[in-house]
Design a binder for this molecule. Structure first.
Ligand SMILES: Nc1nc2c([nH]c(=O)n2[C@@H]2O[C@H](COP(=O)(O)OP(=O)(O)OP(=O)(O)O)[C@@H](O)[C@H]2O)c(=O)[nH]1
Length: 138
């Protein structure tokens, strides 16, 4: 994507969906950047969208689950790079939503405890997010 020097970082929102002391992660499908790596569901905030509205949209598109913005609790963030662009990744936690999560875009889903999460290959930016989730996971 072409972007100008006036552009700020790429803002990406992601969710730690927690159930029974496990968190949902998904495998990025073949054909996408970072294919085969596991990530928290989410995606880029589009122009004019709030961060929470973007995440509600992404969770519906990627997993088929529904929740309101108020169900998203801000949790942690990291900075990094996405290709040649600075990245700001905001992680929210949610414990309540409607519907069962299905891999509508990912190639697989995993309800991971902390050890599982540490063993899965994830994008480098996610490492501090995983550490920050430690107290919430079995
Ligand atoms: N959703 C998500 N993206 C992450 C994580 N960690 C991380 O570095 N990213 C990066 O954040 C960016 C998100 O892009 P994306 O491709 O998932 O976003 P999107 O769904 O809006 O993509 P699209 O452009 O294909 O519609 C990618 O550069 C991705 O590598 C993570 O845990 N979850």
């Amino acid at each position: 994507m072409v972007h100008g020097a006036q552009d700020g970082p790429l803002i990406v929102v992601a969710a730690a969906l927690i159930r029974d002391d496990r968190v949902l992660v998904q495998e990025r499908p073949a054909g996408k950047a970072l294919a085969g790596l596991w990530e928290f569901p989410g995606g880029k905030v589009e122009a004019g969208e709030t961060c929470e509205a973007a995440l509600v949209r992404e969770l519906s598109e990627e997993l088929g689950i529904a929740l309101g913005s108020e169900a998203l609790a801000p949790h942690s963030f990291v900075t990094g790079t996405a290709g040649d662009r600075p990245l700001l990744l905001l992680l929210y936690v949610a414990t309540e939503w409607a519907g069962e999560a299905h891999a509508l875009e990912a190639s697989a889903l995993c309800w991971a405890n902390y050890a599982d999460l540490c063993a899965l290959p994830m994008p480098p930016a996610d490492v501090p997010l995983v550490a920050a989730l430690r107290p919430l996971l079995a």
